[in-house]
Design a protein. Structure first.
Ligand code: K2U
Ligand code: ZN
Length: 174
C-alpha cells in the first residue's frame, strides 16, 4: 500500500469526468487500498480516485467515529438510482480544497447501486452523513467540486485561499 498525493484546486485534472471500471481485479483493489490509506492519512472520511489522479469511477469511504473500529467501504462504478425530493444543508469540506468549509444543500436520502471490493453488485439506501459524503464523492466522478455549488464569489475566494496557503507553506519550507 502507498500514500498518494491528493490533487488540490486549481489542478485541472480534478475537472475530468472519470471513466467506468471494466474489471474489478487485483490492480484495482491495490488502487482502492492506496486510496483508503491516503484518506486515513489526510485525514478524511471519503475519497474519489480522481483526487489521487486516477480518472476511474471508484470511491472509498469510512464513516466510523474515532471511538469505533474502522469500517472501510469501497464503491466501484457507483450510481445514484433515486434521490429524495427533500433536501438538507451540510457544512462540507474537501481534501482537494483544503481548509475551506461551506454549506451545500443535497437530497436527504439517496438509493445507490455499485460493485463492492470483489465485484459483487450491491444496492442500498443512504441518509445522513453517508448520503452527504456519497453525493460529494459522486460529484468528484463528474469533475464537480463542492465549491462549484457555491456562488462565483465564494468559489473564487476558496481557490485564492488554497493557492495562497500553498505559497505560504512552500515559502516556509524553503
Ligand atoms: O472528497 C473529499 O475530499 C472527502 C471529504 C468527504 C466529505 C465531504 C463533505 C462532507 C462529508 C464528507 C473529506 O473527508 S473532507 C473532511 C470532512 C470530514 C467530515 C465532514 C466534513 C468534511
Ligand atoms: Zn471532495
Amino acid at each position: 500500500m502507498a500514500i498518494r498525493e491528493i490533487l488540490t484546486v486549481p489542478d485541472p485534472r480534478l475537472k475530468q469526468v472519470s471513466k467506468p471500471v471494466e474489471t474489478v481485479d487485483d490492480a484495482l483493489r491495490a488502487l482502492m487500498d492506496d486510496m483508503l490509506e491516503t484518506m486515513y492519512a489526510a485525514p478524511g472520511i471519503g475519497l474519489a480516485a480522481i483526487q489521487v489522479g486516477e480518472p476511474v469511477r471508484v470511491i472509498v469511504m469510512d464513516l466510523a467515529r474515532e471511538d469505533e473500529a474502522p469500517a472501510p467501504r469501497y464503491f466501484v462504478n457507483p450510481e445514484v438510482t433515486w434521490a429524495a425530493d427533500e433536501t438538507l444543508p451540510y457544512e462540507e469540506g474537501c481534501l482537494s480544497v483544503p481548509e475551506v468549509y461551506d454549506e451545500v444543500e443535497r437530497p436527504a436520502r439517496v438509493k445507490l447501486r455499485y460493485l463492492d471490493y470483489h465485484g459483487h453488485q450491491i444496492e442500498e439506501e443512504a441518509e445522513g452523513l453517508f448520503a452527504v459524503c456519497f453525493q460529494h464523492e459522486m460529484d468528484h466522478l463528474e469533475g464537480v467540486l463542492f465549491i462549484d455549488h457555491l456562488s462565483r464569489l465564494k468559489r473564487d475566494r476558496a481557490v485564492a485561499k488554497v493557492k495562497k496557503d500553498r505559497l505560504t507553506r512552500r515559502s516556509k519550507a524553503a
